[in-house]
Structure formats: C-alpha cells, structure tokens
Design a protein around this ligand. Structure first.
Ligand code: ADP
Ligand code: PAZ
Length: 328
C-alpha cells in the first residue's frame, strides 16, 4: 500500500488512539443492545447525580457496551488459557474467573464519581456481569493525624498523601479472586478516614476503582527496583478530561451547592464556611483550587492521561465532545 502524504492521516496512523467525535461515538448506540427502559431511567435519576439522559444514551450506554465486549473477550481469553494449561502444575491450570477491574481517573471535580456511579449502574444491567462494585481511592489517604505528622495536610490528593502500597495490595487481592477483601473508608463530612470502619468487596464480576491517581506509575521499591503499580491490575481504564478552567468552575459550583446542603451538618469539617459571607467562602475554595487541586492536576494527574484505554473529553457543559480509544 502506498504511504499517505496527507499529514493528518499520517498523524492518525501513528497515534495509539482512534479519535472519535461525539457524533461518531453516539451513532454506536444503534449497535448497543439493552436500550434503557423507563424504569431504569428512574433508577438512574435516583442516583442523585445531575445527569442529562441524552448524555447517558449517547455516551455512557455505548461505553457500557464496549466494556461488556471487553469483559466477554477477557473471559474467552481465559478459556483459551485454561485449555492451553490443562492440568499443568498439579491443577493450578484451570483458573476460575477473577473480577474485571476498571480504573476511572481524572482531576478533582472533573466528574469521576458521577461517571463511575453511572457506569456501575449501566454495567450491572448486563446478564453476564450483574455484580459491579465501586471503590474510591480516598479510603487509602493517610488519616489527617498522619498527614499532619508528614507535613502533607495541604497536599491531600497528591500521590504521596496515599498509602499507595495498601491501595495496590487491595486491588491485587481483589484481582486475585479472593472471596473477601476490605478497605478503609474516607468521609467527606469529617474530611478524614473513619476510625475502625471498613468496606468489604465480595468477589464482584466487575470492580470499578475511581480516584485521582489510579494511573500513576508504580513507586520504586527500597532496592530501587520497579514494582507493580495499581494500573497493572486494570483490565480497562478511563480518563475523564476537560479544560482546567472548566473544572475550576465545576469545583466552585459543587462547593456552592455543598455549602447549602452537606456543609450545614453540625459535624461537617466545612461548617465554618456556612457561617461567613458567600464571597469569603468562595475565596477559600478558589485558594484550595489554586494551591492544591490545580497543581496536582497539572503535575501528577494529567500526565497519566496517555496511559488510559479511553479518554473522555468534556466541554464546559459536562457533555462529552470527543473520545480517544486506544488501538489494540
Ligand atoms: N455528566 C455530568 N453532567 C452534569 N454535571 C456533572 C456531570 N458529572 C459531574 N457533574 C457535576 O460536576 C461536579 C463534580 O463532579 P464529581 O462527580 O463530584 O467529580 P469528582 O468525583 O471527579 O470530584 C459535581 O457538582 C457534579 O454534579
Ligand atoms: C478526597 C480527595 C483527595 C479525592 O480523593 P480520590 O477518591 O480521588 O482518591 C479530594 O476530593 C479532596 O478532598 N481533596 C483535598 C482538597 C479539597 O478539599 O479540594
């Protein structure tokens, strides 16, 4: 075949991604079995997130089909592997299925939690994988007392503010097929790890792991050697992307909403911001964005985008405008 001289075509050929416009992607919904029923639409509304239902149909429903295809293909591959291994190694060969693990990465306030909860609800509708569990990485932040001790209280969300070894061990244990694996729990109300509380994951069909740093490369070991990182246990990963200026607006919008709701709770760490004028509270929020979340986005989170299997690029209205899917 003659090499193309069209520079745009050459760029497309050498990119590891297939780039799709929203229109190209949403056309795939015609090929997606299981359209949403009226009941399911109601149930999605019940998740409590602001979700435009056209967005669910055009973007997230085809995505649930794509993931359903990946789960099926992984299961076929496992079957082939089992046939190959037979009873090699005294019966270790025939491996039962382990959970399919999906990572969801992106900045604070880009919409990771909303995307992850939506995917959980949509994926659970498929008869092949009804049990979908969701874990957020905030449970692996060091408790505030430890962050204070390490001088990291104003670095919450930076890679070093997490117990990365425990997080990787948790996902490795789930991926190994262990019947029960537990994780610590973070509370946004008290802005800290909840002492003594654990959540338990019971060998789901799919585990979604959502957090800022899920695509970070592994830390080197004490001997300087490379070790396995969290992303080594992912079967698929999604990076939710948007302009930093848009994300800042969403961060402020969420803070405004929380100031009228959750922050009013007498136990809320942020209650003090309901007792001062709104502009003063928003100045504090802007400072948090400028000094913590934006630098973390630019220094640590955004550089991991190229490791994702799928990048969802949102516009200022939260609608996904472009998608990049890694070629196989
Ligand atoms: N698809 C969406 N449509 C409309 N609003 C959204 C969407 N996704 C997120 N948001 C809003 O953006 C803000 C941040 O979303 P959230 O899921 O809490 O982000 P993250 O988990 O990345 O911090 C919230 O106020 C949320 O309601
Ligand atoms: C808890 C978070 C670090 C996010 O954690 P994740 O689940 O992504 O690991 C973040 O939402 C946060 O609270 N950051 C601290 C700065 C701030 O209050 O915005």
């Amino acid at each position: 075949m003659p090499l193309t001289t069209d520079p745009q075509q050459r760029r497309r050929d050498s990119s590891p991604y297939v780039d799709l416009t929203r229109a190209q992607w949403s056309a795939l919904r015609e090929k997606t079995p299981l359209p949403l029923t009226a009941d399911e639409v109601e149930r999605l509304r019940g998740l409590g997130d602001v979700i435009d239902l056209d967005e669910v149909r055009d973007v997230y429903l085809p995505l649930s089909r794509l993931l359903n295809l990946y789960v099926g293909a992984t299961s076929n591959l496992r079957g082939a592997l089992n046939t190959f291994l037979g009873d090699a190694g005294g019966g270790q060969g025939a491996q039962p299925g382990t959970p399919f693990v999906i990572g969801v990465a992106g900045s604070v306030a880009v919409g990771k939690s909303t995307t992850a909860r939506l995917l959980q609800a949509l994926l659970a509708r498929w008869p092949e994988h009804p049990r979908v569990e969701l874990v957020t990485t905030d449970g692996f932040l060091f408790p505030n007392a430890e962050l204070h001790r390490r001088g990291l209280m104003s670095r919450k969300g930076f890679p070093e503010s997490y117990d990365r070894r425990a997080l990787t061990r948790f996902v490795a244990d789930v991926k190994s097929g262990r019947a029960e694996v537990t994780a610590p729990v973070y509370s946004h109300l008290i802005y800290d790890i909840v002492p003594g509380e654990r959540l338990t994951v019971h060998r789901p069909d799919i585990l979604i792991v959502e957090g800022l740093n899920v695509l970070q490369p592994a830390l080197p070991g004490k001997d300087g050697r490379t070790r396995l990182g969290l992303a080594d246990f992912f079967d698929f990963s999604v990076y939710v992307d948007a302009r930093a200026e848009d994300i800042e607006q969403w961060y402020l919008g969420r803070f405004r909403k929380l100031r009228e709701t959750a922050f009013q709770n007498p136990f809320s760490y942020f209650r003090k911001y309901t007792q001062v004028p709104e502009e003063e509270a928003l100045d504090y929020c802007r400072m948090m964005w400028r000094t913590i979340n934006k630098p973390n986005l630019l220094q640590n989170v955004a550089p991991t985008r190229g490791r994702a299997n799928l990048v969802l690029r949102k516009g200022p209205d939260h609608k996904v405008q472009r998608l990049s899917l890694r070629k196989l």
